[in-house]
Design a protein around this ligand. Structure first.
Ligand SMILES: Nc1ncnc2c1ncn2[C@@H]1O[C@H](COP(=O)(O)OP(=O)(O)OP(=O)(O)O)[C@@H](O)[C@H]1O
Length: 598
């Protein structure tokens, strides 16, 4: 199906509310996935066709690098044609095409990593999903959450925190079941799981698979998962197996016929062996003998199993699929996200306390450092005194900026994975996320400057006029807010916190250098002088300087010396413009930059 993957249709017709006939079969035909690596091409998935039926749990098994995750990602519409990879073939659900937009209307993807908010309890996580994903009344949502808690056997830990690095919480197995429960709330017909047992001990892994198997049978769902080296108990829980070697199927069919199938051409599983271990032992590519046997596996598959599968592909379900999802209004999304963000702040009090404490300590420290500046009354013509005051003002501007910038640069890349997962599941969109984030962050972006400036302002000896002090506070809050928006921008631009923290200073330093203190604005050449127009330091410094010297005893024309020409209210306006510009840029980055969890 050259350069075309049929699952990429935009058709949404089949997702309308129509009479529900439960059960969805996933079918894929002639799927090829080829990657271009430097000048070579590598076929990662070769002409693969298959079916996963409702009421069955299918395991995709293969050695490392066999192509399991690639196949799962393709079936979930998470792999796309790019200039480096080429994907062709056809994928359908009950014979109807779907794409990444319509996927979540009837299916869910449970990632290998459990991306859940540490500060929420298990029941809150499920309520969050229910309020944003489910149709129906609050009562129905409540009952659904309770049902899912029961199905996933999470009732005992429903009020425990998820936990993580900062907070103590539930066990790994409970986390995995919560991740699955999070997806089950919207009652998807098909659930894809990437290595659901990875990192779990054998008992917990069995528990997770056992719960999934009961769910499949009770609700007639379709479950497809990749799995590494299952124990014999786990192996027996699967209905269907897909065995992959070097991107090609060597078996696809009922689990209970697999061992006999391989025995039929000489690959007999020793009596006391775990069948899954035996299968892995004949599939892995580490031994030369195995690699020589691959040819036999492929030939036998073509000869014996392919015709059976081709026949099965003709007999999949065709009933219409109901749209399981409802999209909450912007207001509801914002309200629920705000509530969660506030709870997160409340349950992580150390971070807020640390920032408030930092403002107090830095306020005192700055005040003490500049405590003995020359008295302006006695030094009305003293340029050195003016320079000292300008230095103090600029130092305040730097602190105000950094104190909000770096906490967000550090936290956003970590939070972004949760955002991307929830956005993929269509719980909310990037706009709601950014607004909720900014609103909650602004609590500290207002409180910390007020504390910091209130302590240091009079200690430094800046103009004691109350109006000047209030204006100074206003500009300080704006300077902090721009820092917050720039933090969002840098955090959104990079995948990991380490890169974001390393690169952010490179972006911020030019703004600092072009603020007007280190180099007079009149001396800035045309070719790089434009940087001052996007520098928050330029505007906050001018606003601070104008404010301070307007009522100061100094007889030196400081504003004239610095060649500032905007006016203090224009600077306020331009700081607001910068705040919105960086917020908008962060939003664009989150929406457009190939933000993916893979
Ligand atoms: N976009 C890509 N570009 C280049 N190579 C790729 C790409 N995607 C996958 N591969 C390669 O294809 C092979 C199959 O990858 P895949 O992740 O599907 O393996 P897997 O069976 O899931 O392995 P594991 O169990 O180790 O995760 C690997 O060798 C991988 O490096």
């Amino acid at each position: 199906m050259s350069a075309k993957i049929v699952c990429a249709t935009t058709s949404n017709e089949f997702l309308e509310d129509l009479p529900i006939n439960k059960g969805v079969d996933i079918v894929w035909k002639n799927v090829n996935y080829t990657a271009r690596i430097k000048k070579n091409t590598r076929q990662i998935l070769k002409n693969s066709s298959g079916i996963c039926k409702s009421g069955e749990m299918t395991a995709i098994i293969g050695s490392s690098g066999a192509g399991k995750t690639t196949l799962l990602n393709i079936l979930c519409c998470r792999a796309q044609n790019t200039d480096k990879v080429k994907l062709t073939g056809e994928i359908s659900a009950n014979g109807q095409n779907f794409n990444s937009q319509t996927f979540s209307n009837f299916a869910a993807y449970v990632m290998q990593e459990d991306l859940l908010m540490e500060s929420m309890t298990v029941i809150e996580v499920l309520q969050f999903a229910a309020h944003l994903k489910m149709k129906g009344t609050d009562e129905q949502k409540y009952r659904k959450v309770k049902d899912v808690l029961r199905i996933m056997r999470l009732e005992n830990c429903q009020n425990s925190l998820i936990g993580g690095a900062k907070l103590k919480g539930i066990t790994k197995g409970e986390k995995k079941r919560t991740s699955i429960a999070f997806e089950l709330v919207s009652d998807p017909d098909v659930i894809f799981l990437d290595e659901p047992t990875s990192g779990l001990d054998s008992f917990t892994a069995y528990h997770v698979i056992d719960v999934l198997q009961s769910y499949v049978k009770q609700e007639n769902k379709t479950i497809i998962c990749t799995i590494h080296q299952p124990s014999s108990e786990i192996f027996l829980k699967f209905d269907r197996l897909i065995l992959l070697v070097e991107g090609q199927f060597i078996y696809q069919g009922p689990r209970d016929q697999c061992i006999d199938y391989f025995a039929s051409f000489g690959f007999e599983c020793p009596k006391l062996n775990n069948p899954a271990d035996y299968l892995m032992s004949i599939m892995h590519g580490e031994s030369e003998r195995n690699r020589q046997n691959y040819k036999t596996y492929f030939e036998k598959f073509e000869l014996n199993l392919k015709p059976v599968i081709e026949n099965e592909l003709q007999h999949h379900k065709t009933n219409l699929i109901s749209n399981q999802q409802s999209e909450a209004s912007f207001g509801t999304q914002l309200q629920i996200l705000l509530k969660r963000n506030l709870k997160n702040v409340q349950r992580n009090p150390m971070e807020s306390k640390a920032r408030v404490l930092q403002s107090i300590i830095l306020g005192l420290f700055t005040g003490i450092i500049y405590l003995s500046l020359p008295d302006p009354e006695a030094h009305q013509y003293d340029q050195r005194a003016v320079n000292d005051y300008n230095g103090a003002i600029y130092f305040l501007a730097q602190n105000l900026h950094m104190n909000t910038l770096f906490p967000i640069v550090l936290s956003l890349p970590l939070e972004k994975a949760i955002f991307l997962k929830e956005q993929d599941a269509k719980l909310y969109n990037a706009t709601t996320y950014i607004i909720a984030k900014l609103l909650v962050e602004s609590i500290l972006a207002i409180l910390c400057p007020v504390i910091f400036v209130s302590i240091s302002y009079y200690m430094i000896g800046l103009t004691p006029n109350f109006g000047c002090f209030c204006f100074f506070i206003l500009v300080s809050i704006l300077q902090s807010s721009v820092g917050m928006a720039q933090g969002l921008f840098c955090g959104a631009a990079f995948r990991d916190a380490q890169t974001a923290v390393s690169v952010t200073p490179m972006m911020i330093l030019p703004f600092m250098l072009f603020g007007g203190l280190y180099k007079n604005v009149a001396d800035m050449p045309d070719w790089n002088g434009w940087i001052q127009w996007i520098s928050n330091y330029r505007y906050s410094f001018e606003a601070f300087v104008r404010n301070n010297y307007a009522h100061s005893p100094f007889k030196i024309d400081v504003v004239g010396q610095l060649n500032f020409d905007f006016g203090k209210w224009n600077c306020v306006f331009l700081l607001i413009v910068l705040f919105f510009s960086f917020s908008l840029l962060s939003l664009i980055l989150l929406k457009t930059k190939n933000q993916s969890l893979q």
